[in-house]
Design a protein around this ligand. Sequence first.
Ligand code: AMP
Length: 478
Amino acid sequence: MSDIENTPEQVKFADFGLAPEILRALTDQGYVHPTPIQAQAIPILLQGRDVMGAAQTGTGKTASFSLPIIQLLLAHASASMSPARHPVRALVLTPTRELAVQVAENVAAYCKHTPLRSTVVFGGMDMKPQTEKLRSGVEIVIATPGRLLDHVEQKNISLGQVQMLVMDEADRMLDMGFLPDLQRIINLLPKKRQNLMFSATFSPEIKKLASTFLTDPITIEVARSNATAERVTQVVYKVNEDHKRDAVAHILRQRELKQVIVFSNTKIGASRLARGLAAEGMKASAIHGDKTQQERMQALDAFKKGEIDVLVATDVAARGLDISDLPCVINFDLPYNAEDYVHRIGRTGRAGASGDAISIFSDKDERLLVDIEKLIKQTVPRATLEGFVPGGFRSDERHGDRRRDRTQADRSAPRSGERREGRGDGPALSPRREKVDPWFLKPYEPTRSNGAAAAAAPAAPAKPKQKIAALLGGLPKG
Ligand code: AMP
């Protein structure tokens, strides 16, 4: 990618003493200069030190650990075809299948001029092709923990010669309950090895995990930038809980948004919202942990190609995806974990472009908003979404078509192509709503000057945005 931020000093990859095969692969990738995390991590890792890296996806962190791994393994690389000459020497653990695939693609690209072999194993797919690949001999394995243990149990892989272990998105792995699996895996590895751990957050649990398996680690944090945060225009719209879906549909349609991620806190909520938006005629799809691997890949692929405009995602599914530089992210739900808010909005406002982070919230989310504002040390402007009266009816319900819009009969009639949804799902989305709802009649004006931001009434003066930028950290693409 071309918009990723590079180190200001214009350090070159060649300055690290990387092998010509690796440098060639980087040239093939179009990388000219290392990113800040790469500039910091690569020399330290090449010295064999353990590293604790504070970085998230989008910072170039994958190359920051892959390149030293490849360089160090090249010393043992064998051109022989024998599987025995290609034992597993480096193991990269990731929380999600998507991240595993992304890391594996990068590693394969960086290894392509070397005799080193790599592969990826993750759940939700047939084990057989993975088994064949593992048995043919691979030096670098990228894996999700559960599936790796399945392969260990079936004796498809031996971890007895692993020299380097990477835990990518360690915080997410803990969130997803992988700790027991991680411990089992670590017990299978040689005691003497180099360990790297990457995490976007440093919770007490993460620090505890780090202290148990890192030896005298060097902590690396990527250069922080205010630029990213400064370019993100944040706003929260307060609406009634059961109008949240309508509000999202309204915003998407009114602003004619394309390439938007809408975050939902639950898998079921993500599916329902995507279905509802699709029934409204929008090109929407959901991505979450209950989807099959194939469905997730297809949705992601379609989104990247622009065949899908709206990707409704849970944090777990979205985390680790190389999707950034979006014009807008929408929080259908405010996240339970305030740091997730920062990660979510960090997907927009990059690459010198402005971005919008829009959150929908209802009375019951007040505490979540307070937590977010405490973390980011600023007040997110509140605004009223035209037609949605917090604590009351939507304006169309009050003034115009309430009887028609609110009747249970109307609500229960499934439209063609839409599955009937259960109670408490919020109002069904009407495909022809523009005709009856006054809020669609008002033309949308550009974000920064529009009602959203301008009519916003901050509860307290906004404070400096350093903290949020620090959390966004990483790779200021802008
Ligand atoms: P990551 O944070 O590892 O997921 O990387 C994010 C994106 O940046 C990926 O698409 C990488 O291919 C790309 N990338 C990594 N390092 C560089 C670099 N030094 N120059 C340009 N792009 C890079």
